[in-house]
Write a protein that binds this ligand. Structure first.
Ligand code: AMP
Ligand code: GLY
Length: 428
């Protein structure tokens, strides 16, 4: 029987841990840093997810049979490389492959070189040249992206020249996202429904997971600021079988072989952020990891042993695993702290949970919670929990998830009331 260490501490990691817990091959789950809710399902440690030396030390102490690195930063920083060098079995790409998320310039150049459909773009390191280009294009909205990781905030959709120029100055001259925005990409604005497709890949075989739809804006009706994601539904009704076939042929397989051809074989979860444009599906972004909160609606639909899949990826035998999906739908509604995605308080007491941090009928994935000395749940982050439910239909899944939301309260809590509405319309 195996022991597994998961690195990370959000709703995504909670979803990975509860799915791994179903595996008959695992006897013990560890998580670092974890959070209040995760601590009910895995033994948690105080080492931060970006502390590479600390995680390597912890792994040496715990001797897990596998280390799963879930967040983007440690992957891009090379945590998997270090763990592998110490002889650990791992899940997640090495740094050379994680660059597919770590540098938008890299990913755009990859797509251009291998004819993978994406928005037209130019790269800039000087604000003057970027501004001249914007003036010459004179086309709005304009999409301006920081090259490197920026906590999901490095994309500005500028509605006019003034906003675009400000974004360029903020990024290149003021280094708003540090080194990450010293280089920027300016790209064509695309339209169409967005789809998230996570996939398992061992570098040769790629198995797309069930599709999902994120809701990135803070407020109902897709208003307000961009967030890490306020809710998700799965499957995504816009992602038909025909579109899935087209994506496999024009995007998924070519990406995996492009990475291999570049000497950057990608092993782990490769996330495709797609836009279904009038001219066909195009890549908006790649992530080198499970999405958050996509994972919270995708993994509950998985009808297979996640640990067996992780092992098959490590051993390059993904083609030998039978991966099935449950019928029906899954929905996740994120409850966030008052003020999120800007500044928000922490340490607010939460009501409505049972001892495990759960409510009846749903699964509550904890993202930003902690336990106080008396074992009560307190808020401890912007996105606090993701209340998740399955149903035979999307409507049923949403009704159950919102019933769960009604049972939980904390001062200042806010959540979107229209998660899944666009998907429901698409189904009718
Ligand atoms: P990203 O952080 O790359 O996922 O971008 C955040 C959001 O910005 C995406 O989910 C899209 O809604 C939007 N976006 C990014 N690139 C484009 C584009 N080229 N055209 C239109 N919208 C975009
Ligand atoms: N939900 C989008 C992401 O994980 O990047």
């Amino acid at each position: 029987m195996d022991k597994v260490l998961v690195v990370g501490g959000g709703g995504r990691e909670h979803a990975i841990i509860t799915k791994l817990a179903e595996s008959p091959l695992i006897e013990k789950l560890y998580c670092t840093p974890g959070n209040g809710g995760i601590s009910k399902y895995a033994e948690c440690f105080g080492v931060g997810a970006t502390d590479i030396d600390g995680v390597v030390q912890l792994a040496k102490q715990l001797q897990p049979d596998m280390v799963v690195v879930a967040p983007d930063d440690p992957l891009v920083m090379g945590m998997v490389d270090r763990l592998r060098a110490e002889g650990f079995r791992t899940f997640g790409p090495v740094a050379d492959a994680a660059i597919i998320e770590g540098s938008k310039v890299f990913s755009k150049e990859l797509m251009k070189k291998f004819n993978i459909p994406t928005a037209y773009y130019e790269v800039f390191t000087e604000s003057e040249k970027a501004i001249n280009y914007l003036k010459q294009q004179d086309s709005y909205p304009a999409v301006i992206k920081a090259d490197g990781l920026a906590l999901g905030k490095g994309v500005i959709i500028a509605q006019n020249e003034e906003e675009a120029i400000k974004a360029v100055h903020d990024m290149i001259d003021e280094l708003k996202f540090g080194k990450s925005s010293a280089r920027i990409v300016i790209e064509e604005f695309l339209t169409g429904p967005e789809v998230s497709v996570l996939s398992f890949t061992d570098g040769n075989t790629i198995v797309p997971m069930i599709s999902s739809m994120d809701h990135k804006r803070a407020l109902d009706g897709d208003q307000g600021l961009n967030t890490g994601g306020m809710g998700t539904v799965s499957p995504n009704p816009y992602y038909t079988e025909d579109i899935a076939k087209e994506c496999m042929e024009k995007i998924f397989l070519p990406t995996v072989s492009a990475m291999k051809a570049e000497g950057r074989t990608f092993e782990g979860c490769l996330y495709f952020g797609l836009m279904l444009t009038p001219k066909g599906p195009k890549v908006i972004e790649y992530n080198c990891r499970f999405g958050d909160p996509e994972t919270q609606v995708v993994l509950p639909m998985l009808d297979a042993d996640l640990y067996e899949i992780f092992n098959a990826i490590y051993d390059h035998k993904l083609d030998q695993v039978d991966i099935k999906w449950h019928e029906g739908s899954c929905a996740c509604v994120v409850m966030a702290s008052g003020g999120y995605p800007e500044s928000y308080p922490k340490g607010i007491p939460m009501e409505g949970f049972d001892d495990m941090g759960q409510v009846e009928g749903c699964f509550v994935y904890h993202a930003g919670t902690k336990l106080d000395d008396e074992g009560r749940f307190l808020t401890n982050g912007g996105r606090v929990i993701g209340v998740t439910a399955k149903g035979s239909t999307l409507r049923e899944a949403l009704d159950t998830a919102y019933k769960g939301v009604d049972k939980i309260s904390f001062e200042g809590a806010h959540f979107r009331k229209d998660i899944g509405q666009r998907a429901l319309k698409a189904l009718n």
